[in-house]
Design a protein around this ligand. Sequence first.
Ligand code: F6P
Length: 341
Amino acid sequence: MRIGLLTGGGDVPGLNAVIRAVVKHGTSTYGHTIVGFRNGWRGVVDGDVQDLSRRDIRNVLAQGGTMLGTARFHPHSADGGLDAVRATLEAERIEALICVGGDGTMHAAHKVAETGVKIVGIPKTIDNDVWGTDQSIGFDTAVTIATEAVDRIHTTAESHNRVMIIEVMGRHAGWIAVQAGIAGGAEIVLTPEQPFDIDDIVKFLKHRHRAHASFSILVVAEGAVPAEGTAMEYTTQVGKFGEIIAGAVGERLKKEIEERTGFDTRVTVLGHVQRGGTPTATDRILGSRFGVAAVDALSEGKTSVMTALRGEEVVLVPMEELAGRTKPVPADLLRVASLLA
Ligand code: F6P
């Protein structure tokens, strides 16, 4: 079989592990030919292809980013996009596609699958909010990086008696904020799942700084918002593809906290450093497992499904079940983050 492979949406560490696994397993076990598309769905529409042989994937396992390139582009939203996809697949004699991406890429994959194309999806996003899988590729690396940042900021916070705000990625879900917050011992963790009340934050900080500490760490997900009817007015600012304007919520919180408490406050926006560099062992392993599972699925005739981790097992989830859903941080994890303040 000639299988097309693409990586779409924001990059994550661990994507090259998927590409390597698809090429190795696909060619050696089944004798498939793997054709890479450059820059996500954009490359399928433009017919921008790249050969993927075993030689091409040598030494890529430990490398961050994606050797295929990526883009935020959805063929069903572009004029004639779906027709262009069909035309490229015919011209390149591609019989099936493996799409690695987050909710946007999966949604596009579902739209393309509805036109009769055989597709298997693989979930990746540092936000970890793809519905249907316990974990997405890239999340573990992002949490590791964010935790190290919290650790480092701890020492300077204490030296300067400051309130330190660390803004992490997470548009619709606060997975990175909660896990890095717990692992790094943050005093306050703010997430999109639990809109906050600035009065509660100020009360907590004043009490803590009066009673037993001279510094505090607040980890905020970029998509966190104030609860309706509370004192702080703020609406999340997003770009064309729903990506959040980084720093907005962090800077806004700094202003509110400084004005209301008088405490010296600083903001660190971790931004794309969370998505860069070497993948952790967990992301390399997850990427490898998902790559193998996707090739197996297509080889067994299973399509319109996404690979997913459920407990210890990799399973296949029907793509139609993902439509319009994201995976929020569960209440018990949010509770742990707030209890250990
Ligand atoms: O892909 C998820 C994500 O990392 C979000 O957390 C963040 O809002 C967005 O990507 C940033 O997008 P871009 O790389 O396009 O700036």
